[in-house]
Design a binder for this molecule. Structure first.
Ligand code: PMP
Length: 341
């Protein structure tokens, strides 16, 4: 995007807002005597967490090869979606663009914030129609495009991401919640080139830390500062921050888990070829499949009877169910039940 000035897109009241800064944030060193925050002197979790999540950001900056000021940490990437809307989208006036079908939380937070949601229907391969995108994106009140890749619930990675970043007159949020399962590179590398880009990632999927609620946003220093201005000061708790720090040093275990998930993906894909009730298995770049059945309702109920919970997508995506990969024995149970239908 040429001659892009991010501040032209920001809500006026947010531009005037001063971020909350605690006394601890204002001091370089942590004093041994802390009498500034009305905490209890007793107990294990008596201190507030670091509101700037310094340690984790330093580690992530090293790993991603960007600066600490280009990282915001959220209570899951869900919170970051909400914060992005708060920064850029004026309630009752501005709109967001989402792919259809895609992750429902973009619309959920937009509804709470009273922003319009404009749907960009994906084609039969779940790709974006570029002409349709160019037509729709001319709308002046369109502030943010949520581009999910690999896309949930369809599973495919979207092609030619740079085209959308280049041709959108607003912020493009590339949601990479499932990127670790994909052969595609992260779009973080494009941050150098485009100042309207935000990349979202999460520790909830490949990292196996959904319970910790930690997500990350990568963008320009300016956008990250704005996100940090609207976030709750202590949005990520110390237990979660400590766990994530420990986990990062065991990256080899995560890599092993990703590999085993990918092996299961290709094994299940082959198995599903021989299952009668399955009509089509859509290609996936993630840890789940979108599967079209001859009778999705019947399959869903039959799986439930066998204590297997899946994510039914019909009627929005006709006769489809989204099913993620579990442990080997869980996957075997799934296949056996499906074979019996
Ligand atoms: N983006 C996508 C595409 C997702 O599928 C999910 C979780 N289902 C999220 C974001 C939210 O993840 P988190 O747990 O980090 O809030």
């Amino acid at each position: 995007m040429k001659n892009f000035n991010v501040y032209n897109l920001v809500r006026k009241n947010i531009l005037e807002l001063k971020p909350y800064v605690s006394f601890r944030d204002q001091n370089e060193f942590i004093s041994p005597v802390l009498l500034d925050a009305n905490e209890s002197p007793f107990g294990e979790l008596n201190r507030y967490p670091d509101s700037t999540q310094k340690e984790l950001k330093q580690k992530l900056a090293e790993i991603k090869n960007i600066s600490v000021d280009q990282i915001a940490i959220g209570n899951g990437s869900d919170e970051l979606i909400d914060l992005i809307l708060k920064v850029f989208c004026e309630p009752k006036k501005d709109s967001i663009l989402v792919m259809n079908p895609s992750f429902t939380m973009y619309g959920f937070y937009a509804n709470i914030n009273e922003n319009n949601v404009i749907q960009l229907d994906l084609d039969e391969n779940f790709e974006i129609d570029k002409e349709e995108f160019l037509k729709i994106s001319k709308d002046n009140n369109l502030k943010v495009f949520f581009l999910c890749t690999p896309n949930n619930p369809t599973g495919n990675a979207i092609e030619d991401i740079e085209f959308y970043i280049k041709n959108f007159n607003g912020i493009v949020v590339v949601d990479e919640a499932y990127i670790e399962f994909s052969e595609k590179e992260s779009n973080i590398r494009l941050l150098e080139k485009y100042s309207n880009l935000i990349v979202l990632q999460t520790f909830s999927k490949a990292w196996g830390m959904a319970g910790a609620r930690v997500g990350t946003a990568y963008s320009s220093d300016e956008i990250i500062k704005l996100i940090n201005t609207v976030k709750a000061p202590y949005n990520v708790n110390s237990l979660s921050l400590n766990k994530i720090m420990q986990l990062i040093s065991y990256k080899n275990i995560i890599d092993k888990n990703i590999k085993s998930t990918l092996n299961e993906i290709s094994r299940i894909k082959n198995e599903l070829l021989n299952v009668e009730c399955v009509k089509k298995v859509f290609p996936t770049d993630a840890n789940f499949f979108l599967i079209e059945f001859y009778n999705a309702e019947k399959v869903y109920q039959e799986l439930l009877k066998n204590e297997i919970l899946t994510s039914k997508r019909s009627p929005q995506i006709p006769e489809c169910i989204r099913i993620n990969v579990g442990k080997k024995e869980e996957n075997n149970k799934l296949i056996n039940v499906l074979k019996g239908i």
